[in-house]
Design a protein. Structure first.
Length: 276
């Protein structure tokens, strides 16, 4: 039985070698198993030795439903204070409200840009970013132009990301780039991460939670391998339990996006009913 940690390393090496125009036979004896499993569906469970017991500091407590009410936003903020989450992640229309409610707390307000499709123009994304920052956000989770990436328009994708990075830099905010992994091949995931790094983003992030799939351990490990140790990796989409959070952290995630934050840190079982 092949070690799952080794399996992730084999796939990552092969993807990077392919993009570099190299050929490698290392680990090819495991390729049929990798391909048969679909790679992105690898389930890795590390020993958790390096994972801290307190998970709240990793979690962006998230509420991005289109029907979220003002009372729900207030409750999200109050929960973030109670459990000491890293941030609340909300739609732009609620940023000013959340910023006022969290003013006395050490909880960051994060908002989304070009969400959830990523199909706005770079100019609109930069404008949207500046408005969210003016309202009090200090982290921006932007969605890349997925179609442009898949069409090979890499300069456009980098420009798109850089516009948001520039806006964030004006106030010392963070840019977290959602590459929407479920739409991408492994090669495209690597390219997206490299473009985000070149565009001075602070994080790469797996998913919106509104696409065809969410975070996987394989994708997190691959993204970490590509961006290196200094850049953040955020796993989001379909994370509902403390065990899943620990798996993502073990694979290289430094932030977790989840709507089930209270359930996760409370040790409750079951899903929240939401995908992000």
């Amino acid at each position: 039985m092949i070690d799952r940690n080794e399996l992730i390393e084999v796939v990552t090496r092969q993807v990077l070698a392919t993009l570099a125009g190299q050929h490698t036979d290392q680990g090819l004896e495991n390729a049929p198993q990798v391909v048969a499993s679909g790679a992105a569906r690898i389930g890795y469970c590390g020993n958790g030795a390096d994972v801290p017991q307190g998970l709240a500091e990793y979690i962006d407590h998230t509420l991005l439903r289109p029907d979220a009410s003002p009372d729900e936003i207030d409750r999200l903020c109050d929960e973030a204070i109670e459990y000491s989450f890293a941030a609340v992640c909300i739609n732009p229309c609620w940023v000013a409200r959340a910023s006022r409610r969290l003013r006395a707390a050490r909880i960051t307000v994060a908002s989304v840009v070009g969400f959830p499709l990523g199909a706005n123009t770079p100019e609109i994304k930069a404008m949207e970013t500046r408005r969210a920052l003016r309202d009090g956000a200090r982290e921006i989770d932007m969605v890349i132009n997925v179609g442009a990436l898949k069409g090979g328009e890499h300069e456009l994708v980098q420009k798109d990301i850089a516009g948001v990075s520039d806006a964030c830099s004006e106030v010392g905010a963070l840019n977290k780039v959602i590459i929407e992994t479920a739409f991408l091949t492994d090669e495209e995931k690597v390219i997206a991460c490299r473009l985000a790094k070149a565009a001075r983003a602070h994080y790469v992030k797996t998913s919106t939670g509104f696409g065809p799939g969410g975070a996987t351990v394989f994708d997190v490990a691959l993204m970490r391998e590509v961006v290196g140790e200094k850049m953040g990796v955020k796993a989001a989409g379909g994370i509902h339990t403390a065990a899943e959070v620990r798996e993502m952290i073990t694979a290289g995630a430094t932030r977790i996006g989840a709507s089930a934050g209270v359930r996760i840190v409370s040790g409750e079982e079951g899903e929240s009913g939401e995908s992000y």
